[in-house]
Design a protein around this ligand. Structure first.
Ligand code: ADP
Ligand code: MG
Length: 366
């Protein structure tokens, strides 16, 4: 099912009575989600992700804007008539029902001609359970399952009616790191097998980047950028997006342009085209540094962090906004950090410049 959002806006009256201004939780959210894709809706806590998802599910009504599922305007439809499946962080299973009964529940709620026969219901429940690999656990109660298994039950329950759209709100946040990794791959597999258009909300950039066809980065209720994960990582539209994506995070420096050259402190690090003299923020991805004897960027070495395949050099520079600069190089490189300074050359396509006022990306020809 294709999902189209047009200028979706949600205003809440402010809970703090002293402040009169309303909270605009989601503002002018416009997006076309192609059929069968997995969308990662990504941003820090409070940026409006759950509100956006709840608008799509129909749990809340927009102040303004429209939602289409395919050709159908569903803006005024209640959630139960939208053909959606919902999964939340806290699983929200019925504790007194078995796994089987939990999964059957949405089918038993169907009325009239939509209601399958008893044997059809069992068949559908079993099919959903198999898909998420919990068919062996059908007679247990949720309390007898691990967190990861409970979340699988919740996913099976969301899938049992074969929804046109699957909506997941931070579904992995209650799981430990290892299970999170495993379950996100499971979700991707299930999504590919069923080909259900899926919107996956998370504050974890790595999670969103790793499983999404498209990511949507939000801040303060406003969509900052939409695109394939790698494209957004390689071409951030503004400083916020650049900083939000990537581990270790991008290194940001105060810089300036003089005579078509980019300076960090007194070091002329790159030639840039088409920019007048001005102050800029310079973002350099950790993989954008090359150790070089006569490299133009001089930093003060602070140590080395070995992370298996890669080595991260920690260093400092007065112009850096991050307290420590992290640059990643292959584990086989020879590194001498014993001297008072360490010199880097920069990989131009890993360097982004941002306007000092608007923080928008500047075109540099790099
Ligand atoms: P996220 O899911 O990204 O953490 P939310 O969508 O939950 O963010 O919230 C976005 C903003 O809207 C926050 O500032 C939050 O306090 C506010 N908000 C959410 N729900 C309500 C509500 N029912 N009433 C008032 N403000 C709300
Ligand atoms: Mg939320």
């Amino acid at each position: 099912m294709e999902v189209i959002l047009q200028n979706l806006t949600k205003r809440f009256p402010n809970r703090d009575r002293k402040k009169r201004e309303d909270v605009i939780a989601v503002k002018n959210f416009t997006l076309e989600i192609p059929d069968g894709k997995l969308i990662g809706l990504l941003g820090p806590s409070g940026c409006g992700k759950s509100t956006a998802l709840n608008l799509i599910s129909g749990l809340i009504k927009p102040t303004y804007g429209k939602i289409f599922f395919g050709e159908n305007d569903v803006t005024d439809l209640p959630p139960e008539n939208r053909g959606i499946g919902l999964v939340f962080q806290n699983y929200a299973l019925y504790p007194h029902l078995t796994v089987k009964q939990n999964i059957l529940f949405p089918l038993q709620n169907l009325k009239g001609k939509d209601r399958p026969s008893k044997s059809e219901m069992l068949e559908k429940a079993m099919e959903a359970a198999k898909l998420v690999q919990i068919d062996e656990l059908m007679d247990r109660k949720p309390g007898e399952l691990s967190g990861g298994q409970q979340q699988r039950v919740a996913i099976a329950r969301a899938l049992v009616k074969r929804p046109g759209v699957l909506l997941l709100d931070e579904p992995l946040s209650n799981l430990d790191a290892r299970l999170r990794l495993q379950t996100r791959e499971e979700i991707r597999r299930i999504q590919k097998e069923t080909n259900i258009t899926t919107i996956f909300v998370t504050h974890d950039q790595e999670e969103a980047m790793s499983i999404s066809d498209l990511i949507v980065v939000m801040k303060d209720g406003i969509v900052q950028q939409t695109g394939k994960p790698q494209e957004v990582y390689d071409n951030p539209d503004n400083l916020f997006v650049a900083r939000f994506l990537g581990t270790p995070p991008i290194n940001v420096f105060e810089g300036h342009i003089r005579d078509q050259r980019l300076y960090i402190g007194d070091d002329a690090v790159l030639d840039v085209k088409g920019l007048s003299d001005r102050s800029v923020y310079v973002g350099i991805r950790p993989e954008g540094f090359l150790l070089q004897e006569n490299g133009p960027l001089r930093c003060e070495p602070g140590g080395v962090e070995v992370m298996g395949r890669d080595i991260s050099i920690v260093s400092r520079n007065k112009a850096s906004l991050n307290p420590a600069i992290r640059s990643i190089i292959g584990a086989d490189s020879h590194i001498d950090t014993s001297g008072p300074i360490i010199k880097f050359a920069l990989v131009p396509r890993k360097v982004f410049l941002f306007d000092h006022e608007t923080e928008e990306r500047l075109e540099t020809g790099l």
